[in-house]
Design a protein around this ligand. Structure first.
Ligand code: OGA
Ligand code: MN
Length: 223
């Protein structure tokens, strides 16, 4: 691209625009994007401080599937979660970041992403999430998964990697260390994935962009 005098400045900060562009290009090419240093350090630290502020009592064992608390299954997943709300200013900042990404992807890729839901997740040492998909084909619900990692000084030897698999394969496509500021984005229906057990406490924000499945007599419920 050539710089023209008098060109309009970009409407978004250039680094964020560049991150969004990288995600869009990787999604188009591969169906997933793994982006280190995706997020401003101030926001990362605020999110991490928010987790410390919340404390253990605010996290509940995660269920399997939407709104199915009774189907908690400790053989499948052992993480504990706290849903983000716009009423908290820090949580709202992350939701706003994804809103901007969602708008960008809708304009570039015509994905029709309608809403976003996200939770903090805490994996205590030894906790895991076995291979699963975040959405099932035809249920047109969760379209795009995001995971932002919030762990300072994470070493590969600490474990806790996100392992992404091809739709019908056992050979991993990628293993992602849950390092502070790394963002993983992938098509929810296409990529089975798992979280390996870690030696340390592991914190992240997992979230899903959804299409609108409301009908006249049923308002699409979040979560
Ligand atoms: C999930 C999930 C991955 C991770 O919450 O559905 O797959 O790396 N999380 O935390
Ligand atoms: Mn998942």
């Amino acid at each position: 691209m050539t710089e023209a005098l008098g060109a309009f400045p970009p409407t978004e900060p250039p680094d964020q625009e560049a991150i969004f562009r990288r995600i869009a290009e990787a999604l188009t090419r591969d169906g997933y994007a793994l982006v280190p240093d995706a997020i401003d350090l101030n926001l990362l630290q605020a999110l991490r401080a928010r987790i410390e502020h919340l404390g253990a009592d605010d996290f509940v064992p995660a269920g399997i599937g939407r709104a199915q608390e009774q189907m908690k299954n400790e053989f499948v997943r052992r993480d504990e979660i706290h849903w983000l709300e716009r009423s908290d200013p820090t949580e709202a900042q992350w939701l706003a970041w994804v809103d901007a990404l969602r708008d960008y992807l809708n304009r570039r890729l015509f994905l029709g992403l309608f809403s976003y839901e996200a939770h903090f997740a805490h994996y205590a040492p030894g906790a895991f999430y076995k291979r699963h998909v975040d959405a099932f084909r035809g249920e047109a619900n969760r379209i795009l998964s995001t995971v932002l990692y919030l762990n300072d000084g994470w070493q590969h030897a600490d474990g806790g990697q996100l392992v992404l698999y091809p739709e019908n394969g056992l050979e991993p496509l990628a293993k992602v260390d849950p390092v502070m500021g790394t963002l993983a984005v992938f098509l929810s229906e296409e990529f089975p994935h798992e979280v390996l057990p870690a030696a340390r406490h592991r914190f992240s924000i997992a979230g899903w962009c959804r299409v609108n499945t409301s009908t006249a007599d049923r308002v699409d419920p979040p979560r």
